[in-house]
Design a protein around this ligand. Structure first.
Ligand code: ADP
Length: 269
């Protein structure tokens, strides 16, 4: 625990003394430390692609100037690095927006199945390119079904996209990703009828020690692998804040070597 101690001389009514006050500043200290860590992480994450870009610009101005093949290759790398910076800045903006709105409950009532169907349709080509098929099961497989929830459609789309993209990225080529939707009459932790959206992959799975930390900003099991796959390390932090804003629950279960299941539980409206 950190204490802030203040002492001030006081005088009055014939007696002089010292007023001592103690204030527990542990939370403030921790918040300050987290902020400093975050700024350091962001700076590092931005500097890595920026250093690469500056290096290739130098090379293009000098040695590689008249080498067409090298120039094309370097431009390709520069494009990738600039794309990485772009994604990072977009994710940082999303994160700060959802954090600012976390206490404001969304008012729109939307059909979560239609929204999920649109996400999956949009992601199928990217999945196919990675050799992954996406199957929809449960309520998600019923074209007639609708499930209404009070939600921000753009943010919910972001949740679905982040989870499905991760399942495709880390699920392994040639494997299947399952998106399952089920209704729960009354979930113990939500105390209301709830809809449960599970995104299941058959990838390498995640060691139990990492699971509680996956929603921390910039936490990655394997930084090299995440970067290689174009990850920013912010996806699950964004998911957690959006689900909180919707008064929902976010759970991760995984079995090493078997795969992972990311579940979003939302109260029905
Ligand atoms: P990233 O941009 O690195 O993918 P995320 O916040 O989305 O960042 O995920 C954090 C980390 O969690 C990833 O770097 C990866 O190590 C792990 N992870 C996320 N989804 C999966 C998954 N479906 N299977 C295995 N590991 C995963």
């Amino acid at each position: 625990t950190t204490w802030k101690v203040l002492a001030a001389p006081v005088s009055g009514e014939g007696a002089d003394g010292v007023l001592v006050s103690f204030e527990d500043t542990t939370d403030l200290e921790q918040a300050g430390q987290m902020r400093r860590d975050f700024v350091a992480n962001v700076s590092h994450e931005l500097r890595t692609p920026l250093t690469a870009l500056l290096g290739f610009i130098e090379t293009l101005k000098g040695a590689a100037r008249d080498d067409n093949a090298a120039r094309d290759r370097f431009l390709g790398i520069m494009e990738r690095e600039a794309g990485r910076m772009n994604r990072l800045v977009s994710d940082l903006l999303s994160l700060s927006r959802v954090e600012a709105e976390e206490r404001v409950r969304p008012v729109e009532r939307i059909d979560i199945l239609a929204l999920l169907g649109a996400s999956v349709a949009a992601l199928r080509p990217m999945a196919a390119e990675a050799g992954v098929t996406i199957e929809m099961t449960g309520e998600a497989a019923d074209p007639e079904a609708t499930i209404l929830v009070q939600a921000d459609p753009d943010q919910m789309t972001q949740v679905f996209n982040n989870l499905i993209e991760n399942a495709v990225k880390y699920g392994g080529a040639g494997k299947q990703v399952t998106v399952d939707v089920s209704r729960q009459a009354r979930d113990a932790s939500l105390r209301a009828p709830a809809v449960r959206i599970d995104v299941i992959d058959r990838g390498e799975g995640i060691d139990a020690i990492h699971i509680p930390r996956l929603t921390e900003r910039f936490y990655r099991v394997d930084s090299h692998r995440s970067r290689e796959k174009g990850g920013t390390g912010l996806g699950l932090a964004i998911v957690k804040h959006i689900v909180n804003r919707h008064r929902g629950r976010f759970r991760i279960e995984s079995e090493k070597g078997e795969g992972s299941k990311f579940s979003v539980l939302l109260p029905e409206s």
